[in-house]
Design a protein around this ligand. Sequence first.
Ligand code: SF4
Length: 334
Amino acid sequence: MIRAQKENKEALLEVEDLVVAFDTEQGRICAVDGVELELAKGSVLGIAGESGCGKSVTALSIMRLLPKPVSRIMGGRIWFKDQNLLDLPIEQMHTIRGKKISMIFQEPMTALNPVHSVGHQIMEVFHLHFPQMGSQKIRIAGKEMLEKVGIPDPDKVMKKFPHQLSGGMRQRVMIAMALACEPDILIADEPTTALDVTVQAQILDLIKKVQSDSAMSVILITHDLGVIAENCDKVLVMYAGRVAEKADVGPLFQNPLHPYTRGLLDSIPSRAKKAKTLLPTITGGVPSLLNMPDGCRFAGRCPHAMSLCRRGVPEMIQHESGHGVACHLYAKAL
Ligand code: SF4
């Protein structure tokens, strides 16, 4: 399907009303329920939330990489340059995946092939997407990509296997492979979670540098709001498969609206908070996807829950321009 008229002319990627279900032995679960997002050209969108909130499922849906046959996209549209990716034949999707939209994962070992050298794997990306390039040129391009992501002595690293590299180096190799075709969009799913703190900072700096040098758009998925604050332009906070709040990074951190976002921010340690005082936490746990409550999915943990919250699903309300919140507290105030 080709889009008749684009509503948001700035957006390179738009997800509309995405619903994703998984069939499990216990029954069908709805892992993503009505997610909407927009990614502008050259911007960085952070998606934040706890494990299992639907961040990665949303990303895998964009890539059409959801596990089969257990997952099912029940509804929605994913617009990339006026094409609905969900309508594309899989052969056409292969030309977009890796070339126009790339993804890097938390654990590079799951994405890198352990039995092939780094050189073989990076050159394979060029062979796949630019078959007209000769082997000599592909070797040079592969080496240049490794240099670009800060790998010292790329000739030596090309001959190594993934298990012979450190976690940070493996992540750099994966970034080099993801950027080889100069994609329009990079999706980075928890790219630094498995790394130690100093390497985390280096990898995030690298993504930021590549993004600003090439005006690439980035979706950065993380549970770490500090990472969002330092690296993103806009942020989407997800809870139990739904979007709770979305805003530019500044307004979200200065004036968080959703009780869940407030809880997350209150629980971050900071120098301003008194030493030896316990940090506030969000009580309770995320409800099971097999047994989601009616109404607001955060109601069981929310200090402001009202009877309405247990009956009606809160809709996304535009509180201020570009700052939306899905919470009945704000519907009441309108
Ligand atoms: Fe809390 Fe109700 Fe808002 Fe949900 S809708 S976050 S339960 S106040």
